[in-house]
Design a protein around this ligand. Structure first.
Ligand SMILES: [Zn+2]
Length: 459
């Protein structure tokens, strides 16, 4: 008996959980229905993947798409189109910098409404923990946020109503409540006390260069905040996820806590793995982020941590802004955020596999499997029978990234001009092609789906 599939992806080298194998993938009803070695028969569409590597679609657990309330900023259609072009099929949107930020149920509902019919990827949402919104955490959890996000140092954005960092008591009380709700708290960990004091000193002395900015956010400010958060987590039993960890010392503190039984994970980002602090001079303001880019030693230490399996996931932390916010000569005024939505997978596979010989399954677990598991996206994260057919087809020949390849709104990607040793050719979301590099086409896959931590919310 022959089963007919809606689509068959034929002849690709497929990255499974723990190995790479040449397989055909049969897709039916948006789901991976079969993985076969003998040639599956399709009723509708056959995609020739010979010479390509087929990987699970990236789950980018850290993006800022800047809706609502910031019409000159990124936006959901452009931001998710860029994600799709980079092989991403699900994103989790941060509770800032939209206005209002996602710190109330009303704001969450507004944002969810804005995603409907306008997103090229599936999506889920972070809620925010800020001073004064403790009572909102339970209803936000009931509405299905993937978890909560808090800042331990000042968040960017000066507008009225913008997202505010937590004080220690809010952090402690918030963790108690989030533990009670069985959710995860994601933390931007830098010590506000240290960073604010060092920044004030610099500014008072008129020291406003890139180097001064770097010196205002030292590694010890990040490590101190990580250790303090781990302490409160021990007291409260709250599960933590550390976002954009930039130094191996913080990674190892987190792993020590994990060995001692704490429920804690961490992410790093391509910019900490590909660039160093020299990029602030070579590339300029597009390379400003917080925590800042670090030394080459820190960067290579992060790769060693990846090799040991100590970095759970890679996220873009796509944090775009209008171009005029990247122009000041005062580095403390420049917007801190890197626009890398489209480049995460290509950079990680190029730098990790091509240049450092790390195994593709390890890299794809960081891009897909681990975030799916951590944030409860059980239909996603792996190429396996029964999972959503969320796939990227990658060509391992190099190309030069040009500005016109980019689909995000302001195209301030710091990797423009870089030779990258692989390229996403197609992205499929639940079996439908949402991106095809040949014609730079993105298309909406019949209305994308919102996810809650409990699974897909089908409308
Ligand atoms: Zn961020």
């Amino acid at each position: 008996m022959t089963t007919h599939y809606d689509t068959v992806i034929h002849g690709g080298r497929v990255v499974l959980f723990d190995r790479v194998q040449q397989l055909d993938i049969g897709i039916k009803g948006g789901v991976i229905a079969a993985l076969g070695i003998d040639g599956l028969v399709s009723a509708e569409e056959k995609i020739d993947a010979s010479g390509l590597v087929v990987v699970p679609g990236m789950i980018d657990a850290h993006v800022h798409l800047n809706e609502p309330g910031l019409p000159d900023w990124e936006g959901i259609p452009s931001g998710t189109a860029a994600l799709a072009a980079g092989g991403c099929t699900t994103c989790i949107d941060m509770p800032l910098n939209g206005l209002p930020p996602t710190t109330t149920v009303a704001a969450l509902k507004t944002k969810r409404g804005l995603f409907e019919g306008r997103s090229y990827t599936d999506y889920a949402f972070w809620g925010g923990l800020v001073p004064g919104n403790l009572a909102q955490l339970e209803p936000l959890a009931a509405e299905g946020v993937a978890g909560f996000k808090a800042f331990m140092s000042a968040a960017g954005g000066k507008q009225e109503g913008a997202f505010r960092e937590v004080d220690d008591l809010t952090l402690y009380e918030g963790m108690k409540e989030i533990a009670r709700l069985g959710k995860i708290l994601a933390l931007h960990s830098e010590s506000e006390q240290i960073v604010a004091a060092l920044s004030a000193d610099k500014r008072r002395n008129g020291q406003l260069s890139a180097r001064d900015y770097l010196e205002s956010r030292p590694v010890y400010a990040e490590v101190e905040a990580v250790k303090r958060a781990l302490f409160y987590s021990r007291l409260t039993g709250c599960s933590l996820h550390f976002v954009h960890i930039s130094c191996p010392e913080a990674v190892e503190h987190i792993w020590q806590a994990r060995r001692e039984g704490q429920n804690v994970t961490l992410e790093s980002c391509p910019h900490y793995l590909v660039l160093t602090e020299d990029a602030l001079d070579e590339i300029g303001p597009l390379a400003k982020c917080a925590p800042p880019l670090r030394s080459e030693g820190e960067r290579e230490g992060l790769w060693d941590a990846i090799g040991r399996g100590h970095i759970d996931m890679i996220t873009s932390d796509h944090s775009p802004c209008p171009p005029e916010l990247k122009t000041s000569s005062d580095w403390f005024e420049i917007w801190g955020g890197i626009s890398g939505a489209q480049s995460s997978m290509e950079l990680l596979l190029d730098e990790g596999y091509n240049r450092r010989g790390l195994a593709l399954p390890l890299l794809c677990r960081m891009l897909s499997t681990n975030p799916a598991r951590r944030f409860g996206l059980s239909a996603k994260g792996e190429i396996a029978q029964g999972r959503d057919a969320d796939l990227a087809l990658v060509d391992f020949t190099s190309y030069r990234l040009e500005r016109e390849h980019l689909l995000d709104r302001h195209k301030q990607n710091p990797y423009v001009g870089r030779e990258i040793g692989c390229r996403v050719k197609y992205t499929l979301l639940r079996g439908e092609t949402v991106y095809n590099a040949a014609n730079k086409m993105t298309s909406l896959a019949g209305g994308c789906h919102a996810y809650s931590s409990a699974g897909m919310v089908r409308k």
